[in-house]
Ligand binder design. Structure first.
Ligand code: ATP
Ligand code: MG
Length: 455
């Protein structure tokens, strides 16, 4: 797939990461090209990097490994438990120059400190943050939050941290030595925060300003009225000549019910494609990148889960997030109509990677430990707002149902759209749908005061 050249601000952040050993947090509003920059880094860096992410699906997206499997960390609270490290794990952690973490907003403070301690221990450099490894994090705290802690975990976090966010981890404020495990004399790691400013997903200035207002919880009556007036339209029927439209809903049960209702209503024969899973793909369906059993009928509305990689020299026929309609199902291929053009889609292979240390070349290598093969399609009359993270849509119905329940949820939903013309609301936005996490506001304000964004 052809990649857009980096913009000057993306290039500057890339140079900072590539030319220095600074710890960097790359953030920015939805659509500013964080994921694009991460990909560029992974392809072009000359450093020994390991790419990881907090969840299995996020790791697959960046062709990395989950944090827990890379570091062999225990599930749940890590606190000051002893970390057992095998020879193999130690070797890998010793070979890393730069650790890249995507979706950092979902990493909690306890895990951040676990990463720090693990690297210090493996590398035998106990008084140096992250044992001397450069940390590069990508994410937007105004979008996804960590899974809220409960029970003992919640009590522990409350007692030890200002908040559960990664930016409140002890490693950033120099308390990491206080648990007695690390040498006295540790100091807090300096973090360079770089905010990308230019939005590439939307071009209309007034829509960008409205998204900004939603992001920061500063929606005025005027803005709410424009969004609600625009959104208060009946979505066009599937029968129309229009390209299909997707519903973004808050909860899984709503999404499943919408997809089931539409699939049942189609007249044709139901066909099921079973995924082929080789090797250890983690526990349960949640770790899978696509359905284990994909149920389809001719006429089904589907979303692509991968980019088209087979159109040499031509623009890709689809990207991750493209919506289409199934027109034929035949064994090894599913025909999908996208904007009036038909394409034949074959099963795709998702590879689960693991880093290994190669003593010969004294470098890190990446090996495939498991494969998941399935059509890169999912029923797409509806998806959860959570699963729509990172995606781009021209049109969508946003169904906030009984209300947005997480900070940033409404912002994520609205910011998927390329323009206001594509907005349909199943009910008007309410003030309570616009939620901003106070810890994010506090920390980002501190960061901006320390280093105002560059434009
Ligand atoms: N330098 C660039 N020039 C042109 N288009 C770009 C550039 N960088 C990114 N884009 C495009 O802008 C869109 C959004 O980029 P990307 O998904 O990387 O943003 P993001 O910051 O990761 O967004 P999100 O927070 O929603 O995940 C994509 O379609 C991408 O191809
Ligand atoms: Mg992204």
């Amino acid at each position: 797939m052809t990649r857009p050249p980096l913009s000057p601000e993306q290039e500057a952040v890339y140079r900072l990461i590539e030319d220095t050993r600074e710890h960097v947090f790359v953030t920015g509003r939805a659509g500013t090209g964080k994921s694009t920059l991460l990909q560029h880094l992974a392809w072009n860096t000359s450093k020994q990097i390991a790419v990881c992410a907090p969840t299995g699906v996020a790791a697959l997206n960046v062709e990395g490994q989950t944090i827990h499997s890379l570091f062999r960390l225990p599930i749940g609270l890590i606190a000051n438990t002893q970390l057992d490290q095998s020879d193999a794990t130690r070797k890998i952690l010793n070979a890393i120059d730069t650790l890249v973490i995507d979706e950092i907003s979902m990493v909690n403070a306890d895990l951040m400190d676990g990463i720090d301690r693990s690297l210090r221990q493996a590398r035998g450099r106990r008084s140096e943050p992250f044992g001397g490894v450069q940390i590069v994090m990508f994410g937007d705290p105004y979008q996804l939050a960590p899974v809220p802690p409960r029970g003992d975990e919640l009590r522990y976090i409350r007692d030890h941290y200002r908040s559960f966010w990664f930016f409140d981890a002890k490693v950033w404020n120099g308390e990491a030595a206080s648990d007695g495990i690390l040498d006295v004399g540790s100091y807090g790691a300096d973090l360079q925060v770089r905010e990308l400013i230019d939005i590439h997903r939307q071009s209309d200035q007034s829509f960008k300003a409205m998204l900004n207002a939603v992001r920061y919880g500063r929606v005025t009556a005027d803005i709410a009225q424009i969004l609600n007036d625009t959104g208060a339209r009946t979505p066009p029927d599937a029968a129309d000549d229009e390209p299909p439209i997707i519903t973004l809903a808050t909860r899984n049960d709503i999404v499943n019910a919408i997809n089931r209702r539409h699939l049942d209503a189609l007249p044709g024969r139901l066909q099921t494609a079973a995924a082929e899973v080789n090797g250890d793909f983690g526990r349960g369906e949640a770790a899978y990148p696509a359905d284990a059993e994909l149920r389809l009928k001719v006429g089904a509305q589907v979303m692509f889960l991968r980019n088209d990689t087979s159109s040499f020299g031509e623009p890709p026929r689809w990207v991750n997030g493209t919506i289409g309609t199934v027109t034929r199902i035949a064994g090894e291929s599913v025909r999908v109509e996208i904007d009036g053009e038909e394409v034949d889609v074959e099963p795709a292979v998702w590879e689960r990677f693991r880093y290994a240390y190669d003593p010969g070349s004294k470098s890190l290598s990446r090996e495939i430990v498991a494969e998941f093969t399935q059509f890169p399609l999912r029923l797409a009359w509806a998806v959860t707002i959570h699963k729509s993270q990172g995606k781009t849509y021209d049109r969508a119905v946003i169904d906030l149902g009984s209300g947005a329940f997480a900070p940033g949820q409404t912002y994520v939903a609205l910011s998927r759209l390329t323009s206001l013309d594509g907005l349909y609301l199943s009910r008007p936005l309410r003030p309570s749908d616009i939620r901003v996490d106070p810890d994010v506001q506090r920390w980002m304000a501190e960061m901006r005061a320390a280093r105002p964004p560059a434009s």
